[in-house]
Write a protein that binds this ligand. Structure first.
Ligand code: GAL
Length: 939
């Protein structure tokens, strides 16, 4: 083994050589994002006719290899399918309905909607001849759910989980030097969670190319031991050999710091694994004076793993990692790098306003920044493995993470999921704890729970001994899982006696994995059950649940509890407790689904954050309520706060730790002002002012956006003539955009049934009652003829292929729901003859200029209801007896253009998520509403 340090010059040269080699051989491993240009269509859960006849064939894809049929077949004609880019969530695109799922936010897709539960995706890619000999794989970060994947008609496998990443080696099936087809059939008919989960390919997809000898998928594991000023890094790498090479390879491990300086390296000659085997190799490296990964300074390093064979670099694999220590102490709580850190956490699901689960990477950063801004330092991925980019954002921004697997059990289904999550994620420094389950009511309090936890816990340790394991427990903290779990996860104070449990298990550290579940609607200060609005004052929501303040005080006062995770940071779709339809999102969030803060955010900022805070609630626009006594609350971390109404003092009050202040104030328009004092000195002033009437639409880019990002989160609001934000405005705003597109709109109203997205509707209309007549000559008619009515018979039935007529005329019908001139209607013809002439309602149609088998049908020749199509064609001939000739004439596609994007403001705000076009210099978003001055945003 050779070890080299940066200070030694000769070894520096060695580094340079290897880095140069690295640059030259970059093509040895390629990871190509293939999110763009997919085709999509709904299939059907059980009606194979509507599922494009998939799996109807005499031989199925399970009986004979390569026999993927229907859309799974390589040559399936998908020209009429909708074009889209990933990430995609088809659930969020649907309407809401009372018959939808409560837990999934009442969208008309998935469970209970067989025609909206199967999504087919198809994509064509070219793979050059020069890739022969490489291992080609398709890598999915996650598909919801139960996905079957085909490549050139070959079935690759089924992934049940909607949350695991997976990849398939397709090297053997590739058409080198030509076109290849990837097909995914996602089946979202079952729910894995009791919260909104979206549907479809909602995470990234990659094409990956490697040498036969390569770092295996998720094949690195980096741990570190810190002694004094040095970190000893253990870099374990799994290398897979999918080739016949026998002999030695060199493994070069190099550490780079955040400024790309090489700071440590080691190389070693080893025997390559045998054919189709994976072997593990471990190297030790030393990093002097490491910059530790911390919440405030999330320092990261990069390990570059290279494999060298016969003096040539054949693989180059990068792993981001951090150096830090973590420790739970049953007396003193959690320690990061030896320093106590109280966990100020939130639970979150992964959907967002307007876009469902299809979050562009930028939105992950946006959300984590919002949580940090609130003073939060920890995030629990409830209740499933997250998107890789979420963890990347947590690593880079400094947010601790509990990573959670979906289901408890000791079988392959459960343990394999856990293993894959851990192997994928164990290099992220942000992850400080694995959670192997949540509220498994059936087993929580009994011996089965104990047994299952013991297995899962030990199994987790065998994959990553460096992090502890927890389970979120809710039904009493007395026996079962709570007796054996390493870190006790208390779900809610009201669910048991935390102190009593702790007294019994003094050596078991603990944290509140869920606390809160309070109800609040942003900007609402009087509960209105008829409207499904919950007031935003932090009050005890239900007899056995506690307010955020009560919860935080409990955890803050107990050093042995490592901290708490609020249910939840953001509102999410589904679980609209305490209401039901027509509420479609939760009320639990500290922020709404867009990330607009509810007032509790300022309570948390006061006691979780580090900056001085002063916040008055409610707003001061209560026209018609003059003289009514209002509850005025102030959230602040000042020592004292004085409140004034129209310059008249309402008294100065002392703030208690982790508390808030209250006044009763008779409403009178004007200015409510708070002054915050620290050590007797004025430090902050805050006002709530009665506004004038609405005048302008204001658009602004949220400050949590990533600089120069292509995806922008825009806030729409309305201001009065003085530019004051109007907290009660609920106007509907219409948007238009140039140089980009809108991805989704939202406003945080849990009871809004407005559309999240305005996208063109693509519908496919079948040609039915397809009949034929023989033609006398091979000359095809150029004018529509009157064909004898009695001569029509079912097309292609009993066709004698050895004695076909010189030509045939076919007739079919298709139904149009309407014949709006705005619709774009096309006939995608599939060859049923050598030559063909097409007539629609008796009018001859010429093929389009872009595609000789596509006919654009103008509304002037179409009608609402039944339309007829005639195709005169010279027949296709069989070459071999067993040839199967196409008898499907094709399909009619109707594109109904979407209406303009629009959204009502909800208590003053709406959010628009936009994506800048790659090539555009500028994106311009305009916002209109009757009677208001147009808002324009240029970026
Ligand atoms: C918990 C559960 C969460 C959520 C929450 C709502 O019991 O773990 O997923 O359902 O209740 O209060």
């Amino acid at each position: 083994m050779k070890i080299f340090y940066v200070k030694r010059i000769f070894l520096c040269i060695l580094f340079l050589v290897s880095v140069l080699a690295l640059a030259q051989n970059k093509s040895e491993r390629e990871l190509i994002l293939i999110d763009n240009d997919w085709r999509f269509s709904f299939g059907h859960l059980y009606d194979t006719e509507k599922d494009f006849k998939h799996a109807e064939g005499y031989f199925s894809y399970l009986t004979k290899t390569g026999f993927g049929d229907g859309p799974a077949a390589k040559d399936f004609d998908d020209r009429a399918w909708r074009k889209l880019d990933l990430p995609h969530d088809w659930a969020v695109e649907q309407e809401f309905s009372e018959s939808g799922s409560f837990s999934h936010g009442f969208k008309t897709s998935g469970k209970g909607f067989p025609e909206k539960s199967i999504g087919w995706y198809r994509k064509k890619i070219t793979i050059p001849e020069t890739d022969k000999g490489k291992i080609i794989s398709i890598k999915f970060d996650g598909v919801f759910r139960n996905s079957k994947v085909f490549f050139n008609g070959y079935y690759l496998g089924t992934e049940q989980s909607g949350y695991n990443g997976f990849e398939y080696d397709v090297s053997a099936y590739v058409n080198y030097g030509g076109e290849n087809t990837i097909v995914v059939r996602a089946d979202a008919s079952m729910e894995e969670g009791w919260f909104y989960e979206g549907a479809g390919i909602y995470r990234h997809v990659y094409l990956q190319k490697t040498n036969p000898i390569h770092v295996a998928a998720n094949g690195t594991y980096i741990t570190s031991e810190i002694t004094n000023t040095t970190a000893e890094i253990t870099a374990e790498v799994s290398i897979e050999n999918k080739g016949n090479y026998k002999g030695s390879v060199e493994i070069i491990q190099t550490v780079f710091d955040a400024s790309n300086q090489q700071i440590a390296g080691v190389s070693e000659n080893v025997n390559a694994p045998e054919f189709y085997k994976t072997d593990k190799y471990t190297s030790k490296l030393q990093v002097n004076n490491p910059l530790l990964w911390d919440i405030d300074s999330p320092n990261l390093y990069r390990l570059v793993t290279q494999i060298k064979q016969n003096e040539k670099i054949i693989d180059n694999y990068e792993t981001s990692f951090g150096i830090r220590t973590i420790k739970f102490d049953s007396e003193k709580g959690f320690f990061l790098n030896g320093k106590p850190v109280k966990l100020k956490g939130t639970n979150n699901h992964q959907d967002h306003a307007g876009i469902g689960t299809a979050l562009p990477d930028e939105i992950q950063y946006y959300r984590i920044k919002k949580l940090k801004e609130m003073g939060s330092n920890a995030y629990r991925c409830s209740h499933h493995p997250p998107t890789p980019e979420l963890l990347k954002a947590c690593d880079e921004l400094g947010m601790l993470v509990i990573n959670e697997t979906r289901l408890m059990g000791i079988n392959d289904y459960h343990l394999n999921d856990l293993k894959r999550m851990m192997e994928r994620d164990r290099n992220h420094p942000s992850i400080f704890c694995w959670s192997v389950g949540n509220e498994e009511w059936n087993i929580e309090g009994n011996i089965v729970g104990e047994r299952v936890t013991n297995v899962m816990q030990d199994f987790a340790k065998s994959i990553d001994p460096t992090r502890p394991v927890t389970v979120g427990i809710s039904s009493g903290f007395k026996s079962g899982i709570s007796s054996v779990v390493e870190i006790m996860g208390y779900n809610y104070l009201g669910n048991g006696d935390i102190d009593a449990h702790r007294n019994q298990f003094k050596n078991q550290p603990g944290m509140g994995t869920e606390e809160g579940s309070t109800f609040a609607t942003r900007g609402i200060y009087f509960t209105d059950d008829a409207k499904h609005y919950q007031s935003a004052y932090d009050r005890k929501p239900r007899p056995t649940f506690y307010s955020i303040e009560e919860g935080w005080k409990f955890y803050a006062e107990r050093p042995y509890l490592a901290g708490m995770f609020i249910w939840t940071g953001f509102d999410y779709r589904g679980e609209p407790t305490p209401y039901g339809w027509p509420s479609v999102t939760s009320y639990f969030g500290m922020m709404d689904v867009c990330g607009f803060p509810k007032d509790n955010v300022f309570y948390l900022k006061s006691w979780w954050g580090t900056q001085p805070v002063l916040h008055i609630m409610p707003h001061w626009n209560w026209s018609g309520m003059e003289g009514k006594e209002m509850d005025v609350w102030v959230h602040s971390n000042c020592d004292e706060v004085q409140l004034f109404l129209n310059k008249k003092s309402l008294g100065k009050k002392k703030m208690e730790l982790n508390s808030h202040l209250e006044w009763k104030v008779k409403y009178m328009p004007g200015t409510l002002e708070a002054i915050g004092y620290k050590n007797g000195k004025k430090v902050l002033t805050e006002i709530q002012k009665t506004t004038e009437k609405a005048q302008n639409i204001k658009l602004s880019i949220d400050k949590e956006n990533i600089p120069n990002s292509k995806v922008l989160v825009v806030t729409a609001e309305v201001t009065d003539k003085n530019g004051l934000h109007i907290p009660t405005s609920n106007e509907e705003i219409t948007f238009s955009i140039k140089g980009g597109k809108i991805l989704g709109v939202g406003n945080g109203d849990p009871a809004s049934l407005e559309k999240d997205q305005f996208i063109d509707a693509v519908s496919l209309v079948q040609i039915t009652n397809f009949q034929e007549q023989k033609g006398l000559t091979a000359d095809l008619p150029q004018e529509f003829q009157n064909y004898p009515e009695n001569d029509w018979k079912t097309a292609f039935r009993d066709r004698d292929y050895k004695n076909q007529a010189p030509s045939y005329v076919y007739k079919g019908e298709f139904d149009l729901k309407n014949n709006s001139a705005l619709n774009k209607v096309s006939f995608f013809y599939k060859k049923i003859g050598v030559e063909a002439v097409v007539f629609i309602n008796g009018n001859k149609i010429n093929p389009s200029s872009e595609d000789s088998q596509k006919y654009i049908l103008d509304s002037s020749i179409l009608k609402e209801g039944k339309n007829t199509i005639h195709i005169a064609a010279t027949p296709l001939q069989k070459i071999k007896d067993w040839d199967v000739l196409n008898i499907d004439p094709g399909i009619i596609q109707v594109i109904t253009p979407a209406e303009s994007w629009k959204r009502k403001l909800f208590n003053g705000y709406a959010q628009i998520i936009i994506q800048k076009e790659e090539s555009a210099d500028e994106v311009v978003l305009s916002a209109f509403a009757k009677g208001l001055k147009t808002g324009i945003l240029k970026k």
